[in-house]
Design a protein around this ligand. Structure first.
Ligand code: ADP
Length: 401
């Protein structure tokens, strides 16, 4: 069974074609700058193998439909074709927010698409684009099941005392304001991998998962089920991110409005796009921040300090939530690649049984790595996430019933 996985963003489409027989990636690609004067597309057949063939295109890509069509054409025709179109038996889509009504993957219908419009306000940066991709794919693949896999689904086991905000109760009843979380597909995937690597049944594993990329979130997983997460109603709450503030005093909105005369849309934009690492030091890529620190940039040092301190504070709170912690897992762009961030995050946690092995931590690998010392009561892992594979597995499972 061959499954196409699509992650449709506001101006980009990431896609993979996965052969579920051996879970190998037959095609991977990225379409960027959709709607701009010049679009860019990188398409790889058999990526990472000795058969790899790369196609790069620079041409106007006016909308997502054109981008997706290019991806499908390169996949199924021409000299780099890997299969015919009718071999693709299902398409899996990443959707950031499912709200309360969509707590598991679904084969989408046009009626559901209407219902899902309601979720767009929960993830305004992501959901309209995610659902738009699904709409395009429904038109391009008539009769092929389109499966939506929600980033919020893994978090639906969080109990009310953890997902409720202390706001007037009717805001929950009428407006569904509560914590939903995000990155659930990734947290679920690495928690599952951690159980496999530790040779422990997932439903007996207590693990703290840290997904740290441009966006960042954590999950407290008890007996294999998520019981708390750092993102909230939207993907703005929690950890310090590339350009997102994470936790701030909610009164900061009013303070900015009164003292700086900012309106609510401007404040919201600042918290999403001008804050986080970028707000603190002007840079949102951790590699640039390390380079600046090397040159003595104190703001860059401060940004790293704020980011790692916030994460450590969340680790502490999730230890209290879980009681017993078997493992801590780092994943995503920063979590997988940045040994300095990992070391600084875990600093001072030795008395709680979390001992990082500095040498193991400094190694780089594409494979999972155990980075705790042999006598550390809590295992500390770096586990590469694979959201595409996770989506493909969910898609297969639902299509196969
Ligand atoms: P996204 O949330 O966009 O999917 P990723 O998980 O791909 O993000 O992470 C992207 C971020 O990872 C970059 O902004 C950068 O800060 C960080 N990153 C990537 N590679 C490295 C590296 N080698 N060292 C440090 N940070 C890295």
């Amino acid at each position: 069974m061959k499954i196409l996985v699509i992650n449709s963003g506001s101006s980009s489409i990431k896609y993979q074609l996965i052969d579920m027989a051996d879970e190998s990636v037959m095609v991977s690609g990225l379409v960027e700058r959709i709607g701009e004067e010049q679009g860019v597309m990188t398409h790889k057949a058999y990526p990472g193998t000795d058969r790899e063939a790369v196609v790069k295109l620079e041409q106007p890509i006016p909308d997502h439909s054109v981008g997706l069509k290019l991806a499908i054409d390169l996949t199924s025709s021409g000299e780099n074709a890997v299969c015919s179109l009718d071999e693709i038996k299902a398409v899996g889509h990443r959707v950031v927010a499912g709200g309360e009504n969509f707590s598991a993957p679904v084969v989408v219908t046009p009626e559901m698409m209407e219902e899902l419009k309601d979720t767009e306000r929960l993830a305004p940066l992501h959901n309209p684009a995610n659902l738009g991709g699904a709409r395009e794919a429904m038109a391009l693949f008539p009769g092929v099941p389109q499966v939506l896999v929600f980033d919020t689904a893994f978090h639906q086991t969080i109990p009310p005392h953890a997902f409720m905000y202390a706001l007037p109760y009717e805001y929950y009843e009428e407006d569904h304001i509560r914590r939903y979380g995000a990155h659930g597909t990734s947290h679920k995937y690495v928690a599952g991998e951690c159980a496999r690597l530790m040779d422990k049944p997932l439903d007996e594993l207590n693990v703290i998962t840290i997904h740290m990329g441009n966006g960042a979130s954590m999950a407290a997983v008890k007996d294999g089920k998520c019981v708390d997460t750092s993102m909230g109603l939207t993907p703005l709450e929690g950890l310090v991110m590339g350009t997102r503030s994470g936790d701030v005093d909610p009164a900061v909105h009013n303070y900015l409005a009164v003292n700086r005369g900012m309106d609510i849309a401007t404040i919201d934009n600042v918290l999403h796009k001008e804050s986080g690492l970028k707000g603190l030091c002007g840079m949102n890529d951790m590699r640039d921040i390390h380079a600046a620190i090397e040159k003595g940039d104190e703001r860059a040092e401060l940004a790293l300090g704020v980011q790692t301190y916030r994460t450590r504070k969340y680790i502490g709170s999730y230890m209290a939530v879980l009681g017993r912690v078997d493992a801590v897992v780092f994943t995503a762009g920063i979590g997988e690649n940045d040994s300095i961030v990992r070391r600084k995050t875990m600093e001072g946690l030795e008395p709680f049984g979390m001992k990082i092995d500095v040498q193991a931590n400094d190694k780089r690998a594409k494979e999972p790595m155990l980075i705790s010392t042999g006598d550390s009561p809590v295992a500390i892992w770096v586990i590469p996430t694979n959201e595409e594979l996770a989506i493909a597995r969910e898609t297969r499972d639902i299509v196969n019933g």
